[in-house]
Design a protein around this ligand. Structure first.
Ligand SMILES: [Ca+2]
Ligand SMILES: [Ca+2]
Length: 365
């Protein structure tokens, strides 16, 4: 009896010290989160001590040992976009065109977020792909209500863990070609963003990996190229962001692919990210065009977490589908009669390494 009281006092003391010192309480119990994130068997409620090398094969991932399907959807009937508030819509419903997990209501986040708000000129909607019965998620922007253009799908709560893979089909409207005579080069046209961790909320060590499209030269160009970069946000001595807006960022790496971005045709992108330092962090992007083999776009071994992080707890918030840019690009397209438009389809999100993009047998239908 006496011992139990002592143990209880000890536990309370430890927790109090953690809270008072601002140490992340969750990181003290990190092994729980890591197992959830990295081992499929643990996700299914098995022994929480299993590691990545667990022998029990997880469900839903027969072709990808060690990975687990977290969610998939082709935006087919049963799914729809509802309004949350002026700044956010939400994707809801079950996509019966695919097997579970296919319920948007169970995917943490699943918001469509805008810079300050949506309108007829800037919106994310599930629509019928013109001329077909196929449904897609459409991002459309002619004019932003804010100083920048943003439409994005959020996936939250760190469900992807410290290593994840996803595939998404993408179609870029031919109006995008109007940017070929944009007068300047541009680096900022984000198509996906991965926060490890996010600077909003009360999270330490803010850091992000960004994937985007670049125009690499001023004046007229023939092609755009995929690119990616990673940035540390400035933090104080305890690792907290020094500012939530106008954050001082340090770019740790930036790579631009030699693979041009297809315009006006469907292609599939496959992203793989692994949390780590300059030797263990990975960002891999591959692409499959219709009827073509898988193609390496970018393969980076470098920082995918804050350089000063004293603990790792996975990617907390990701925007796997994103259209985020300078209004000058949106204006340039609109002023020439067009709109910035992406279609998305067939999202498959996995915890773990589920890369198949370079397998020529696996092409988009
Ligand atoms: Ca579809
Ligand atoms: Ca993290």
């Amino acid at each position: 009896m006496k011992m139990r009281r002592v143990e209880r006092l000890f536990a309370i003391t430890v927790l109090t010290v953690l809270i008072v010192t601002g140490l992340p309480v969750t990181s003290s119990f990190r092994f729980v989160g890591d197992c959830r994130a990295s081992a499929g068997a643990a996700l299914e409620g098995g022994d929480t001590s299993v590691t990545r090398n667990a022998t029990a094969p997880p469900k839903n991932n027969a072709p990808f040992p060690g990975a687990r399907l977290l969610f998939n959807s082709g935006f087919e009937p049963g799914t729809r976009v509802v309004n949350m508030d002026q700044k956010r819509d939400k994707i809801i419903g079950i996509d019966h065109s695919v097997s579970p997990p296919n319920d948007w209501d169970k995917l943490p986040g699943s918001l469509i977020a805008y810079e300050v708000g949506m309108s007829e000129d800037i919106r994310g909607r599930i629509i019928k792909e013109p001329g077909t019965d196929n449904h897609v998620l459409s991002f459309y922007a002619r004019k932003s209500l804010a100083h920048k253009t943003r439409v994005q799908v959020n996936v939250a709560d760190g469900i992807v863990g410290s290593e994840f893979t996803y595939r998404i089909k993408m179609w870029i409207h031919p109006d995008f070609n109007l940017l070929k005579d944009y007068e300047e080069a541009f680096n900022w046209l984000t198509i996906a963003e991965f926060w490890n961790n996010e600077p909003w909320g009360n999270t330490r060590y803010p850091f992000r990996v960004t994937a985007g499209i670049r125009k690499t030269a001023a004046g007229k160009v023939d092609e755009f190229y995929f690119s990616a970069n990673a940035q540390d946000m400035e933090v104080d001595s305890r690792g907290y962001p020094t500012a939530r807006t106008r954050m001082k960022k340090t770019t740790l790496w930036r790579q631009t692919s030699t693979v041009p971005v297809p315009i006006g045709e469907w292609f599939e992108l496959e992203y793989y990210l692994k949390e780590g330092n300059e030797k263990t962090g990975r960002f891999v992007l591959s692409m499959t065009r219709q009827g073509g083999p898988g193609q390496a776009v970018l393969d980076v071994t470098d920082w995918t977490q804050h350089t000063r992080a004293t603990y790792t707890d996975g990617f907390q918030a990701i925007d796997p589908l994103k259209m985020y840019t300078d209004n000058r690009l949106t204006d340039h397209i609109r002023d020439r009669g067009g709109a910035l438009q992406f279609y998305w389809d067939d999202l498959q999100l996995f915890a773990g390494d589920a890369r198949a993009g370079l397998n020529a047998d696996r092409m988009p239908k």
